[in-house]
Design a protein around this ligand. Structure first.
Ligand code: C2O
Ligand code: CU
Length: 450
C-alpha cells in the first residue's frame, strides 16, 4: 500500500529567480511525486488548507468512480479546512499526474507527477527523469481566476503583454489548418493559445535557472514527459538527440524515433534517449509560435558551456511527431470489435466571444452522453472550432482508429476522430478539453452509465 498526505495550500514558490505567491501541494512545484506499482492500493489524503473548495483528479488512472475527484459528479467539493481520503487501486502502469478538478486551480501550480511502475518491465535504461512542463500565468499579479474572467469579458483577447496579439484570434492568421500528417516542422494546426504566459517552466523552474539533469555519455535515459500546462501545447525536442517514443499516456507504442513531438495539455510521453557527450538543452516551443524555442532544462554529460535559454536546436525544425501518428504495441490494442453504440461529441465555440461548449451547450446545460455497461462505445468526436483541443476522457482509455490507446488526444481545427472504448467502469465520468480555461468555460460533458 502507498500512503501519502497532500496539503493543498497557499505558499511562496521560487521559480529559480521569480518568487511567486501561489497555491501548491506542499511547498514545491511540481508537488511531491507519488510512485506505486501496478496493482498497488493507494490511500492519498487531501488536506485542504486553501481558502477555496478543491478536489484531486488522478489523471489517466482507470480507478473506481468515487475516487475520480470531480465535484458535482463523483463527490462533494472538499471544503477549506476539510480532508478527503482517496482510496483506489492503480491497475495500469504508466506516467500520470494529478490536479484539482475545481475551476482553473491547476493553473495555480496544483499538480504533481504520479508514476505507476510495471513489475514486468525489463527496464533497460540507466536513469529515469520526470519532466513536467507548465505555463506560468502568474508574474503579472493576476490569478488564473482573474485571467478567466478577463478572457470572458474581453472576448478572448486577454493578454498580460500589452500587445494582446497572441491572446486572441489574431495569432491564428495565415496558419495552415489542413496539413496534419505532413508536418515538416511547420506548424500543422492553427492555434494561438488563449493567454500569453510570462514564463514556461520545467519542473517548476524558469529557463534562467533551468533544471539540470546529470548523466554519463552513452547512458540510456528514460524521459517521462508530462504536459501539465493549462493552456499551452508544446513542441518538445532534445538538442543534439533523437528521442525514441516508447509510451503515450502510459500505453506502450511501437518504438518510434522522433526529432520533436507535439504535446497537448494532459498528454504524457515516455522516450528513451542515448546520451552524447556535452551539455544539451531540453527545448519546448509553445504551439502559438512558429520559430524560436526555450531551453527549459539542461542535460549535462560532460564539459561544455550551457546554451542560453533562447536556443533553437535543429531538432525543432525537423519532423515533428503528432502523437496520434504513433502505432500501438500489440499488447495495448483493444480486441477488434464493432461498436455496439455510437454517440456524437461536437467540440464547439470560439475565442471571440469566449464561449466553449460540447453538443450545443456548455457543461451543466448539455445532455450527458450515455453508455450501457459492457458496450463497446464509439464516440465520434468532431472539432467544430478553429482551434486545437486536447480531449480527455476520465476513467477509461480509448483507442484511435489505428488502435493507439490514449486518454488525452489532440484534435486539430475541424478534425473528426472516432474513438472507441469498452464500457467496463460504471459511473459518471467527465469528458473535456484539457485546456483548463476551455473546460471551465464549458467545454466539458458527462459520460453516464445507464
Ligand atoms: Cu486532467 Cu478532467 O482532467
Ligand atoms: Cu479546448
Amino acid at each position: 500500500m502507498v500512503e501519502k498526505s497532500l496539503s493543498a495550500k497557499p505558499t511562496t514558490i521560487d521559480l529559480g529567480g521569480p518568487k511567486v505567491a501561489t497555491w501548491a501541494y506542499g511547498d514545491t512545484l511540481p508537488g511531491p511525486l507519488i510512485r506505486a506499482t501496478a496493482g498497488d492500493f493507494l490511500r492519498l489524503t487531501l488536506d485542504n488548507q486553501l481558502p477555496d473548495d478543491t478536489s484531486i483528479h488522478w489523471h489517466g488512472i482507470r480507478l473506481h468512480n468515487a475516487a475520480d475527484g470531480v465535484p458535482g459528479m463523483t463527490q462533494d467539493p472538499v471544503k477549506p479546512g476539510q480532508k478527503f481520503v482517496y482510496e483506489f487501486t492503480a491497475p495500469d502502469p504508466g506516467t500520470y499526474f494529478f490536479h484539482p478538478h475545481v475551476g482553473v486551480q491547476l493553473d495555480r501550480g496544483l499538480y504533481a507527477p504520479l508514476i505507476i511502475d510495471d513489475p514486468r518491465e525489463p527496464g533497460g535504461y540507466d536513469a529515469e527523469w520526470v519532466v513536467v512542463l507548465d505555463d506560468w500565468v502568474d508574474g503579472t499579479g493576476r490569478t488564473p481566476d482573474e485571467v478567466l474572467k478577463q478572457l470572458i469579458a474581453a472576448g478572448g483577447s486577454a493578454s498580460p503583454s500589452s500587445s494582446g496579439g497572441m491572446g486572441g484570434m489574431g495569432g491564428m492568421g495565415g496558419m495552415d489548418h489542413g496539413a496534419m500528417g505532413s508536418s515538416t516542422g511547420a506548424q500543422p494546426w492553427g492555434d494561438a493559445g488563449d493567454v500569453t504566459y510570462p514564463h514556461f517552466l520545467l519542473n517548476g523552474k524558469v529557463p534562467a535557472a533551468p533544471e539540470t539533469f546529470a548523466a554519463k555519455p552513452g547512458q540510456k535515459v528514460r524521459l517521462r514527459i508530462i504536459n501539465a500546462a493549462s493552456d499551452t501545447i508544446f513542441t518538445v525536442a532534445l538538442g543534439g538527440h533523437k528521442m525514441t517514443i516508447t509510451h503515450t499516456d502510459g500505453h506502450p507504442v511501437v518504438p518510434q524515433e522522433v526529432s520533436a513531438l507535439y504535446m497537448g495539455m494532459g498528454e504524457r510521453y515516455d522516450a528513451i534517449v542515448t546520451l552524447g557527450e556535452g551539455v544539451f538543452p531540453l527545448v519546448a516551443r509553445p504551439f502559438a509560435k512558429t520559430s524560436g524555442g526555450q531551453a527549459l532544462g539542461l542535460i549535462r554529460t560532460g564539459a561544455g558551456t550551457a546554451p542560453g535559454p533562447d536556443i533553437t536546436p535543429a531538432e525543432l525544425g525537423g519532423q515533428v511527431l503528432i502523437g496520434s501518428q504513433l502505432q500501438p504495441a500489440e499488447s495495448a490494442k483493444l480486441p477488434a470489435k464493432s461498436p455496439d453504440a455510437t454517440v456524437q461529441l461536437n467540440l464547439e465555440g470560439s475565442m471571440q466571444p469566449y464561449h466553449w461548449a460540447i453538443n450545443g451547450a456548455p457543461f451543466g446545460k448539455n445532455t450527458p452522453l450515455t453508455v450501457k455497461a459492457g458496450q463497446r462505445l464509439r464516440i465520434n468526436v468532431m472539432n467544430m472550432t478553429m482551434m486545437t483541443h486536447p480531449l480527455h476522457l476520465h476513467g477509461h482509455t480509448f483507442a484511435l482508429p489505428s488502435g493507439l490507446r490514449k486518454d488525452t488526444v489532440l484534435l486539430g481545427p475541424m478534425e473528426q476522430l472516432p474513438i472507441d472504448l469498452d464500457a467496463d467502469n460504471a459511473g459518471k465520468w467527465a469528458v473535456h478539453c484539457h485546456n483548463i480555461y476551455h473546460a471551465e468555460a464549458g467545454m466539458m460533458i458527462g459520460l453516464n452509465y445507464v
